[in-house]
Design a protein around this ligand. Structure first.
Ligand SMILES: [Zn+2]
Length: 160
């Protein structure tokens, strides 16, 4: 068991954060963005970046080659659908995708939109962590949080 502190300050003891989120034990801030038979999309508002989406499998697996054929199809379809909607409703030109198999929880892909300000941290994969930390530490204003929540609503509306 791990103790996890949620963005609202509440702490919970859980086995796996992704399981807790995809099964509804923990409700992410902003709610569920979209759900399919095998996947669940939400935002981690601890990183207040407009249009950032985390796409997690519902099954507790860690490696890509553990996906069944049905899950593979579902994954690429929903990933593409979310990407299209990010472009359509939020005008997002580019997204960085990040997924590591040695996660402490389970299979989830970060879809991190690229905004102009991010390029000061570089253009490659090394820039992702500093970008996320910058967002978490410097962009938690009331106003930005509101914009992030509005972006979630726009995604939810278009995807459901
Ligand atoms: Zn899990």
């Amino acid at each position: 068991m791990r103790t996890i502190t949620l963005s609202n300050g509440r702490t919970v003891e859980i086995e796996c954060l992704s399981c807790a989120l995809t099964s509804g034990v923990i409700e992410p801030d902003g709610g569920v963005i979209v759900e399919t038979e095998y996947f669940h999309a939400h935002q981690d508002v601890a990183y207040p970046i407009k249009g950032l989406v985390i796409l997690a499998s519902k099954r507790h697996i860690t490696c890509f080659d553990e996906l069944t054929e049905e899950e593979q199809l579902d994954y690429i379809r929903i990933l593409t659908k979310i990407r299209k909607v990010q472009r359509k409703v939020l005008g997002i030109d580019y997204v960085y995708y990040f997924y590591n198999e040695d996660t402490t929880h389970h299979f989830h892909t970060w879809m991190v939109p690229r905004y102009e300000w991010m390029y000061e941290f570089g253009r490659s994969v090394e820039s992702v962590r500093p970008v996320l930390l910058h967002a978490r530490n410097e962009m938690n204003s009331e106003e930005n949080r509101k914009e992030v929540m509005q972006a979630i609503e726009a995604l939810v509306e278009e995807l459901n």
